[in-house]
Design a protein around this ligand. Structure first.
Ligand SMILES: CC(C)(COP(=O)(O)OP(=O)(O)OC[C@H]1O[C@@H](n2cnc3c(N)ncnc32)[C@H](O)[C@@H]1OP(=O)(O)O)[C@@H](O)C(=O)NCCC(=O)NCCS
Length: 182
């Protein structure tokens, strides 16, 4: 996949280390919105940190253990979707996602995830696709629901959030058979 259209001039396409300037700009615009749920967004500031973050993940992609795409409006990066876990042995993967606040509410994330899951299930033979979020992250759990996932359960105090508090994590999932019947 080099580029997948999402409508209205938006597209899902690669997000590579050489996009560090666009990624740093994106984080400056979106940091206050996404960092309460994604603590790394608070730490990655400036182009050098953005470059290192992208390079670290590019190495994991070479190992087929991580895959990442940007949501672009022309040359402006407005979001990202990752398989933050891509386990080809157990055939389990987990999606992570973020958007710039001004482009929420138009289905960009749901459409991107549909394309990513189609690829994972149909082309890569993944059997289980997970989505993890804090119970309080209403917009995030709504994406999981819109994708037809079911709530497997809640991991108690599974993460430390930006404020340093332990927070629960809901685990949502859909299995390959369910995705194909969807
Ligand atoms: C989680 C996040 C990506 C969800 O963004 P979102 O815009 O709500 O999700 P989508 O892009 O799928 O858009 C869905 C909305 O668009 C609407 N929509 C319009 N057209 C649509 C379409 N064709 N398909 C699906 N939804 C559509 C839906 O009704 C929904 O609107 P609502 O919020 O009023 O119910 C975003 O809130 C975010 O980045 N949050 C901060 C970071 C974060 O929490 N990441 C997840 C960590 S677990």
């Amino acid at each position: 996949m080099l580029s997948h259209p999402l409508g209205d001039g938006f597209e899902l396409r690669s997000l590579e280390p050489w996009h560090h300037r666009e990624f740093a700009d994106f984080l400056d615009r979106a940091r206050d919105f996404i960092s309460p749920w994604l603590p790394w967004a608070k730490i990655v500031t400036g182009e050098e940190a953005a470059k290192k973050w992208l390079y670290d993940r590019a190495f994991k992609r070479v190992e087929d253990a991580f895959h990442m795409y940007g949501i672009w409006q022309g040359e402006r990066l407005v979001g990202g979707v990752v398989f933050r876990i891509f386990d080809t042995a157990d055939k389990v993967c987990e999606i992570g996602a973020w958007l710039s606040p001004e482009v929420t509410g138009r289905g960009l994330m749901t459409k991107s995830c549909v394309h990513m899951i189609d690829w994972a299930v149909h082309e890569r033979g993944m059997n289980r696709v997970e989505w993890r979020c804090e119970p309080a992250n209403v917009a995030s759990r709504a994406v999981a629901q819109r994708l037809g996932m079911r709530l497997d359960g809640t991991l108690r105090q599974a993460y430390v959030n930006t404020a340093g508090d332990f927070v629960d994590a809901e685990v949502w999932s859909i299995l390959a058979d369910e995705w194909k019947r969807r």
